[in-house]
Structures are given as structure tokens and as C-alpha cells.
Ligand binder design. Structure first.
Ligand code: FES
Length: 583
């Protein structure tokens, strides 16, 4: 066997005479479609598919060393293939030689394609170019890259390039990452594309965030930092609060201590900013679980301004009048340590959800607070109680009547995602301060009671024997039409009560979410419902939670689906399809 020399890599592409006759040629060599250009005495070989959207580059114009594509006018340096238009990628160029009157081309792949694609993903994030992000994430995942890599790239971009800190974009990004495992392989890059695009959109035109340094050589202990942090949030000092966060991270305290610190400030006041800061906190912690806790400083510090600047429900009329819910809650909070002490010896025995739910959905806020304390005394754990409240919040959506004002879907949604986040936090860290969030969520469910007047009926098993695949197709068709809310809920219930497999249902619901244009609240609704369902698989409660998700999704579909069109173009290009040849 002989060693391969550089010359061996060249293959014959065309006769020089033919190229001289037309100055350009389209040829196929070794499975590649090439455009050959003769400029002066120099022969250039370029991949003939424009890296933007695949238009044949041999139909472009060459002038002064620049090749211009005739579709969207992207320009390329003929020598290197580098583009001057960031919406396009660099063109692939190949070394050429003239041998015995023929043009020879070396098609050997060059460079590190993964690095290039990650760089382009960064370009897409910086310039908010969805097609570039879609192409990059498809190429990365198709090439075997772990999804956590582009997820982490988007996360670190988002926490840095938005002065306002953690927002809706990063929340959608994290929701999408958490949905990934439920999606079909084909939909996984689509989910990341939506998340990354949401981050880019949030940062587009926003000033960057300059992250504070920790206290120098600090020996301040975690309880003191936590106390200072709460005090700074109390007086709305976002920078003081941020320095406490980064100092706590740098001092090496464990993840639970950090979570406890953040959740304490998120629940020092009632239902701040209709639950968003607490939900964002939970999502930031979940994002670090994926991206790695080595990134805790930039990620967690991005939350500080959300706590400091939030509206506090103590100052809102509905939490004060006609019944002072804050008074009721503060009374309950005084009882919390005793209730927990009393219940400690009975943990593991809690079976009271069935009796608790009607109270939570009822009309008496004092009875609600008392029932929650009673549950703790009877041995309910913090996370179990949070789960009961999250289920009650999901029922508000499952019972949401379509005669309500459309915007009130969001009212029910906020309570549900808040309750889900409180439970997520309590599963991570057992915190009496965060337990206050369970009571806040319960009061918000109480305030949302008008949304269930009259209540939409919950679907029940109807004995109808339909094929599961047929029901999934029906669900897809329903969401092609507006306001098929009850029908969508019925179809999901029929599927589950009929014994349909869970996996195809979740991947279908996820796919239906992804085919729509992004809606922050719908993404939150579906992700929280999947999370809640994972804790009640095979139960009627689980059915109700997914019915709630399907109803919410159906209420917000169909959208224009333009974002899906961009993704579809990127997907077709990745398969080598000719976009420009479609009639
Ligand atoms: S610029 Fe070439 S296809 Fe768009």
C-alpha cells in the first residue's frame, strides 16, 4: 500500500478549454455539484449550492474577485468562499490545479465543521437571524453533537447580552430543552431552534449585561449572604443583590443552598410579578442542571433585577379587597413551623389530595389556608402539598370556559406555571420560606375562581373504541382550526382512557406546539403540564393535566406558522433539496 500524496487527492473536473470558452461551468465531480469560474488565469471551484438557500452559484455574477448570488444577492470572496452577508454562510471552495489542459479539484473536506457551525450559531444569536440558527442546530444535531452544547451556547449568550437579565427568551429556551426527551428525533433540532431564536429575539437591540464580581476574598458565610441578599431585594437594590449571588456562588456553597437563597427572596413578598421571578428562578436552576453548574455565576446573577424590581401583591387591590388575603397568608405563615413539626412524624402517610382539591377550588380563602396547614400537620411533605396545589391550578385550565375573555387564559396559566415552579423548587430544596409559595399559589387559584364559572366539563371515559393513531391524527387536524378547545381536550382524554401509549401522545403534543409560532405562555403551559404528568402517570389526575395542556394549545392555534416555515427551509436544505426549483 502506498502513502497517499497531496496530488492523489485531486480529481479531474473539466477541460480547461471548455472553461475558457464560457468562463464558468457547472460540473458534477465525486458526488459534488461544483461551479468552476475562470477569472484572469485563475480557476476557482465553488460548491454550486449557495450556502444561503441553495441557488446555483454558476448563475451568479463574478466581478473583481467577488461572486454575487442572483437570488438574495449574497456576496462571496471567490478565493476563500467567505461571505460579506451574514444571512448566508461561507461558500465551500476547493483547491484547483491545471494538469495537461484539464482542471483538477481537491474535494478533501477542510476545517472543523463543528466549530464553524457553533460559530455560525453565535452569529445567528448576535444578529437574530433565525435561518442561520436553524441551519446550525440541524447540522450540529445531525452530526451527532449533544443537544446540551447548543443549549449551553444559547444560555450563556442570553444571560450576557440582555441588561434586563433572565427573561421570557431564556425561559422558552429552557422549556424547549426540557421537552426534548419527549419529542421525535426529527423535532428535537426544531425545539432548540425555537429556544435559540427566542433568546436572540430577547437580546436583539438590548444593551449587554456586565456581570458583577464577587466580594474580594470574602469569608462571609452563606446565612449572612442570604440575609443581606433578602435585605437588598427588599429595598429594591438589584446590584447589591447580584453581588450577594455571585459571592455565594464563588464561595462554593452547594446548589441547594443557592436555590434556597434565591427562592427566599422570590417569596418574601406575595406572588411577585404574577409568579414570573419564581418561575424564572426554577428555570435557571434547571438550565444549570443541563449546562453545568460551572456557569452558575452568569446564570444566577441574571435573576437579581427580577426580584428587586417586581410588583408585590401586597400592593394590589385584588389581594387586599374585599378579603385581605395577605393577612390570611401572614397568619398561616406564623403557623408553618408548628404545622411542619406536628406532621414530621407522619410523613409518607399523606393521602388527602381528594378531599383537599374541592377546598382549593372553593370560595373560602381562610378555609384554603387552614386546609393547607392541616395537610402539613397530617404529614404531607412540602413537595406533596405543592403538587396538590399545582394539580388544582391545572384544573382551573381544564375547567376554563371558553366564554371567558381570551386574555384570561393567561391568568389561569400564570397560576399553574407558578405552582409548578414552586413544586419544582421544593423537590430540589426543602425550604420553609419557599413553602410560602404553595400558599400564594393557592390564593391565586382562589382569585381565578371566576374563570370556572360556569366550569367546562372534564372529559370522562366514554367507552368509545378508537384507534390511538386515528385520535392523534384527529388532534392534529383539530389544531388546524381555531378554538377547538373542548374537542382537543376530549380527544386527549379519549386517547389516554382508551389505553393509548404515552410516548406518541407526548411527542404529538410537543410537535403541535413546535409547528406554531412561539407563544411564551403556551410553551410554559405544555412544559409544565408534561412535568406535572410525569408525576401522575396513569392516573385520572394525569389525564386532567394533559387535557389542560391540549385545551390551552388548541385555544392558541393555529398561528401563522412563519417560524416553522423558516425551520422547514433549513431542514430541506440540510437534505439537499432545491428550494428554488419549487413552483
Ligand atoms: S443569496 Fe444565494 S440563495 Fe439566497
Amino acid at each position: 500500500m502506498t502513502a497517499k500524496t497531496e496530488a492523489d487527492a485531486f480529481v479531474r473536473a473539466a477541460s480547461l478549454e471548455d472553461l475558457q470558452a464560457s468562463r464558468r461551468l457547472a460540473v458534477r465531480v465525486g458526488g459534488h455539484s461544483l461551479a468552476l469560474f475562470l477569472e484572469g488565469e485563475k480557476v476557482h471551484a465553488v460548491d454550486n449550492r449557495c450556502p444561503h438557500m441553495g441557488f446555483p452559484l454558476d448563475r451568479g455574477t463574478v466581478n473583481d474577485g467577488l461572486l454575487t448570488c442572483h437570488w438574495h444577492h449574497a456576496r462571496f470572496d471567490l478565493e476563500s468562499g467567505g461571505t460579506f452577508d451574514q444571512f448566508a454562510d461561507d461558500a465551500l471552495v476547493f483547491p484547483t490545479q491545471i494538469r495537461n489542459g484539464d482542471v483538477w479539484v481537491d474535494l478533501t473536506p477542510r476545517g472543523d465543521w463543528k466549530e464553524y457551525r457553533r460559530g455560525r450559531l453565535e452569529d445567528g444569536l448576535e444578529r437574530n437571524i433565525s435561518l442561520v440558527m436553524a441551519k446550525s442546530v440541524i447540522a450540529l444535531l445531525d452530526g451527532g453533537e449533544d443537544p446540551s452544547v447548543p443549549f449551553r451556547d444559547g444560555l450563556l449568550f442570553g444571560v450576557r447580552y440582555r441588561r434586563g437579565g433572565w427573561g421570557q427568551g431564556l425561559t422558552m429556551h429552557t422549556c424547549m430543552m426540557r421537552l426534548l426527551g419527549h419529542l421525535s428525533p426529527e423535532d428535537r433540532p426544531r425545539a432548540l431552534y425555537h429556544g435559540l431564536s427566542a433568546v436572540a429575539r430577547d437580546s436583539d437591540g438590548a444593551p449587554p449585561r456586565f456581570i458583577l464580581s464577587p466580594l474580594p476574598d470574602t469569608t462571609v458565610d452563606a446565612p449572612t449572604l442570604k440575609r443581606w441578599f433578602q435585605r437588598f431585594v427588599e429595598v429594591r437594590d438589584a446590584e447589591g443583590a447580584e453581588r450577594c449571588i455571585v459571592s455565594a456562588v464563588r464561595s462554593g456553597v452547594d446548589h441547594r443552598t443557592l436555590a434556597d437563597m434565591l427562592f427566599s427572596a422570590a417569596t418574601d413578598h406575595r406572588y411577585i410579578d404574577i409568579g414570573h421571578p419564581l418561575d424564572f428562578t426554577n428555570k435557571a436552576l434547571e438550565a444549570l442542571d443541563v449546562a453545568g453548574w460551572g456557569h452558575a455565576e452568569p446564570v444566577l446573577s441574571s435573576l437579581a433585577s427580577g426580584y428587586a424590581n417586581a410588583d408585590r401583591m401586597e400592593e394590589s387591590n385584588s389581594w387586599r379587597n374585599p378579603t385581605d388575603l395577605v393577612d390570611i397568608l401572614e397568619g398561616a405563615f406564623e403557623e408553618l413551623p408548628h404545622a411542619l413539626d406536628e406532621g414530621r412524624g407522619r410523613r409518607g402517610e399523606w393521602t388527602g389530595r381528594k378531599a383537599l382539591i374541592p377546598v382549593l377550588l372553593g370560595e373560602d380563602p381562610q378555609a384554603i389556608a387552614d386546609a393547607l396547614l392541616g395537610a402539613l400537620r397530617r404529614g404531607a411533605t412540602e413537595a406533596e402539598l405543592a403538587g396538590d396545589v399545582a394539580y388544582a391550578a391545572a384544573l382551573r385550565i381544564a375547567h376554563f370556559h371558553t366564554s371567558n375573555e381570551f386574555g384570561d387564559w393567561d391568568t389561569a396559566l400564570h397560576t399553574f406555571t407558578f405552582a409548578n415552579a414552586v413544586q419544582g423548587g421544593l423537590r430540589r430544596v426543602s425550604s420553609t420560606e419557599l413553602l410560602r409559595g404553595v400558599f400564594d399559589a393557592a390564593m391565586s387559584i382562589y382569585l381565578d375562581r371566576f374563570l370556572n364559572v360556569p366550569p367546562a366539563r372534564l372529559p370522562r371515559p366514554d367507552g368509545e373504541n378508537r384507534r390511538p393513531e386515528e385520535l392523534l391524527e384527529e388532534l392534529k387536524a383539530l389544531l388546524d382550526r381555531q378554538q377547538r378547545v373542548n374537542e382537543a381536550g376530549d380527544t386527549v382524554a379519549r386517547y389516554l382512557y382508551g389505553g393509548g401509549d404515552l410516548g406518541p401522545l407526548l411527542s404529538t403534543l410537543g410537535g403541535l406546539l413546535l409547528r406554531e409560532d412561539r407563544n411564551f405562555h403556551t410553551i410554559q403551559a405544555v412544559e409544565a403540564a408534561f412535568q406535572q404528568y410525569s408525576m401522575s402517570i396513569g392516573t385520572p389526575e394525569g389525564v386532567h393535566v394533559l387535557v389542560a395542556a391540549a385545551r390551552y394549545l388548541a385555544a392558541h392555534a393555529p398561528t401563522v406558522r412563519s417560524q416553522g416555515q423558516t425551520y422547514g427551509i433549513a431542514r430541506r436544505l440540510s437534505r439537499g433539496e432545491m428550494i428554488h426549483e419549487e413552483g
